[in-house]
Design a protein around this ligand. Structure first.
Ligand code: SAH
Ligand code: SF4
Length: 350
């Protein structure tokens, strides 16, 4: 029988196990701290736990931590991490340093089942969900690199790497609780942003969880028929329903929602598109991030030219929307949005 990963176990269930085995109650906190705070990578790391108890834990549970397979450094100091799991699956995380912050972008799935036509991860197809522990590990593994190379800890987390977080929401929210709990990493939830392609059920669930994190939605078109061509799952999650879900998220959290919009040349960057987008944004407090398209082999789009991008952004600003134009980072090592595809190169290994 497959063992449960000990980090998928809630603290109450761990307490039950400890009691059932006649162990002292204070062990629960000690064990939990090893896994979520003191960086244990294997059962033998639990230094103040008696060997007899470690043996019992090991008999009952598995403990699978991610390891770093490779780090590639971009000329702009962005660093892309390939992580390998116990079952030899690859996922990726990216560290993006800037003057004021160090942002970590993390993955939630190995691949993604949603197949958006512009996304390299979507082309991979889906392999499996990451566990809460594996989502969490990406931060602790990248933290050490951030401290050593940027002399600063990770200040912001974006859940925008490989995969659709709403399809793995329980593990994501478990990892987020551990990252934000003052008992563990203690990161402010305001500094964590989860990006979804727009799965309405997930948006309602996330709102009800009251995690206090920021929400971003990958819109890419405010015209339903055109959005469906870019994002197959848009058929099941039409714009009208997305609007209702975003309104609910705002009501529950009082937060401004980020609309992500990748500009694709002659596809979604024309006047009709900026106008429909402005119209869509009217009913919800949002800010709009205009993202430069990152080309990947085999993906039939190109990025909009500078003037088109400026016109698009100016129009939205003229409608009193908050607009950020995001230049991509780490393009030379395929670490930019939508380029994460689990490829390991031989160059630049450290
Ligand atoms: N599945 C989630 C989160 C991962 S994708 C989502 O879709 O939101 C993270 C972001 O990268 C999304 O906004 C996505 O639209 C964007 N993206 C995907 N492919 C891209 C590409 N080739 N160029 C630029 N951004 C891309
Ligand atoms: Fe999946 Fe997001 Fe890529 Fe779409 S854009 S295929 S949802 S990772």
């Amino acid at each position: 029988m497959k063992k449960i990963d000990i980090r998928d176990l809630g603290i109450a269930d761990l307490a039950k196990f400890i009691e059932k085995n006649g162990e002292k109650g204070f062990r629960v906190k000690q064990i939990h701290e090893w896994f979520w705070n003191k960086g244990a990578r294997q059962f033998d790391d639990l230094k103040n736990i008696p060997k007899s108890l470690i043996d019992k834990l090991q008999e009952e549970f598995s403990f699978h931590a991610l390891e770093i397979q490779e780090i590639q450094k971009s000329s702009d100091t962005t660093a892309k991490f390939s992580f390998i799991s116990h079952d030899k699956k690859l996922t990726e995380g990216v560290l993006i340093p800037s003057l004021k912050r160090v942002t970590a972008c993390i993955s939630t799935q190995v691949g993604c089942p949603l197949g958006c036509s512009f996304c390299a991860t979507g082309k991979l197809g889906f392999d499996r969900n990451l566990s809460a522990g594996e989502i969490f590990d990406q931060i602790t593994l990248m933290q050490a690199y951030a401290l050593e190379n940027y002399q600063n800890p990770i200040s912001n987390i974006v859940i925008m790497g490989m995969g659709e977080p709403m399809l793995n929401l329980e593990a994501c929210s478990n990892a987020i609780q551990k990252l934000t709990s003052p008992l563990y990493i203690g990161m402010s939830p305001k500094r964590i942003t989860l990006s979804t392609v727009g799965l309405c059920d997930g948006i309602y669930n996330l709102a009800d969880k009251q995690l206090g994190i920021e929400l971003a939605i990958s819109l890419h078109s405010a015209i339903q028929s055109e959005r469906e061509k870019l994002i197959p799952t848009a058929k099941l999650n039409p714009l009208s329903e997305i609007t209702d879900a975003l309104k609910y998220y705002h009501q529950k959290t009082n937060q401004r929602i980020t609309i992500e919009y990748v500009l694709l040349k002659n596809v979604n960057d024309q006047a009709i598109h900026s106008r429909t987008l402005a119209e869509f944004c009217k009913s919800i407090p949002v800010k709009v991030n205009i993202i430069e398209f990152n080309p990947t082999e085999g993906i039939p789009y190109s990025k909009s030219d500078d003037k088109t991008r400026a016109d698009f952004a100016n129009y939205l600003e003229s409608k009193n929307l908050i607009v950020n134009v995001r230049k991509s980072r780490g393009k030379d090592i395929a670490a930019a949005c939508g380029q994460l595809a689990g490829k390991i190169t031989k160059s630049d290994r450290i």
